[in-house]
Design a binder for this molecule. Structure first.
Ligand SMILES: [Zn+2]
Ligand SMILES: [Zn+2]
Length: 76
């Protein structure tokens, strides 16, 4: 089982819906893994405050421009 190493279709995911829009609540996920997060599927999901372009850029740099998903099951 290996972790996701996609470097394309990257999106910045909110770790916690109520965690705000700062860098500490940001996680880089590829589109596939992002769709597999529970909040994505929840019809009652309220979109949290969007990340600013500068936070997205910092999150991508921190992640090395790679998906940070480590579940290993949704990435195949
Ligand atoms: Zn991924
Ligand atoms: Zn994944």
């Amino acid at each position: 089982m290996s972790r996701c190493e996609r470097t394309w279709d990257l999106e910045v995911h909110h770790k916690r819906v109520d965690g705000g829009n700062g860098l500490n609540n940001a996680m880089v996920l590829c589109r596939t893994c992002h769709k597999n997060t529970s909040s994505w599927c929840d019809p009652n999901h309220r979109s949290p405050e969007p990340f600013s372009d500068s936070i997205k850029k910092q999150a991508l740099e921190r992640a090395g421009n790679r998906c940070e998903c480590e579940k290993g099951t949704c990435c195949l």
